[in-house]
Write a protein of this length. Structure first.
Length: 327
């Protein structure tokens, strides 16, 4: 048995990308959020502010979500070359984003229950102290949002699976980071609502606004959580994004010769804005695999391609080619 150089047909499956800056900034946010969480919970209980207490309590679960985000980055980085992951560890970040979304939904439910309870069982609120701490919390949230939003990675990317609810270009490619970012936005929103409610209560005696703002905040957070769950489950279940035009583009590219017909096509996401596809086609006069895959190279997000070719006349011949388009 003779040996040959197989390097021409082999390639790595590390489609996760470099999220080093995002991981570092996430750890910074964990530290900030942990300190602010403790301050708000203690102050909310001491000064009888439901809005402030709710802000602190759901920040505690945000800290847990940030830990999940950091864990996902660590697992992805450590398993970048692990061949046990058939298409790389890119989906670990998506799993982290999904878990964070579930946590976010739990936060919304907790805030709703506690706010309704406080609406019928009000306590005397120490407004000045509560407003001051809520303002500090808002500043911490804004700093955290800045750290997460500006994490520089995949700046060059462009693709066919953008999402309207993304808050920055970087989040378009990193759902794990987007989940952490939404958690920070949720904190900032509840801080703003708490300040409004506490200020109104102090100036006009509208103490009922404090739990009402908690209810409003829970509704906003629940909406964000549902949106993130919908986005991540599409990837985890290998569903092709509805706003992706890869399906149309692949069919147009291969069937444009009038001879080849795609009989089976699978497209799924294997990393942040990176897709794999399996194409099965039949043709009367099959071309070489290189001819079929060459036009697809313009789609930078299409990083793993498998082509199966059948001849429809005479003795059937089949050729299977797998290609990696990463540079």
């Amino acid at each position: 048995m003779h040996t040959i150089n197989q390097s021409r047909w082999q390639h790595n499956h590390n489609f996760a990308g470099d999220f080093g800056a995002a991981e570092k900034n996430t750890r910074r946010v964990i530290l900030l959020a942990s300190v602010m969480m403790a301050v708000e919970i203690v102050a909310g209980l001491k000064f009888h502010s439901m809005a402030l207490f709710a802000d602190g309590c759901h920040m505690s679960t945000h800290v847990a979500a940030f830990l999940i985000t950091a864990w996902a980055y660590t697992v992805t980085r450590k398993n970048a070359g692990n061949r046990l992951y058939s298409f790389g560890a890119g989906k670990v970040g998506v799993l982290g984003g999904y878990t964070s979304a579930v946590v976010l939904a739990g936060i919304a439910l907790f805030m709703l229950v506690e706010s309704v309870k406080r609406l019928f069982q009000p306590l005397v609120i120490h407004y000045n102290e509560a407003i001051g701490i809520a303002a500090v919390g808002l500043v911490v949230n804004l700093v955290s949002a800045f750290l997460l939003k500006d994490s520089p990675h995949h700046r060059h990317g462009h693709g066919h699976a953008s999402h309207p609810e993304q808050h920055s270009h970087s989040h378009k490619h990193d759902i794990n980071l987007k989940a952490a970012y939404i958690h920070v936005l949720a904190d900032a929103a509840t801080s703003v609502l708490a300040i409004i409610a506490l200020t109104a209560g102090k100036l006009w005696g509208a103490a009922w606004l404090d739990p009402v703002m908690g209810i409003v905040g829970s509704a906003v957070i629940a909406q964000w959580a549902c949106g993130l769950i919908r986005q991540t489950q599409i990837i985890l279940l290998d569903k092709e994004p509805e706003d992706s035009d890869l399906n149309r583009a692949i069919r147009k590219s291969i069937e444009s010769d009038g001879d080849s017909v795609i009989t089976d096509l699978h497209i799924w996401q294997v990393g942040s804005n990176k897709f794999a596809t399996i194409v099965s086609l039949v043709a009367r006069h099959p071309k070489s695999p290189e001819d079929y895959k060459a036009p697809l190279q313009e789609h930078e997000e299409l990083v793993h391609v498998t082509v199966e070719i059948h001849q429809c006349e005479g003795e059937e011949k089949t050729s299977i080619v797998t290609s990696n388009f990463l540079n």
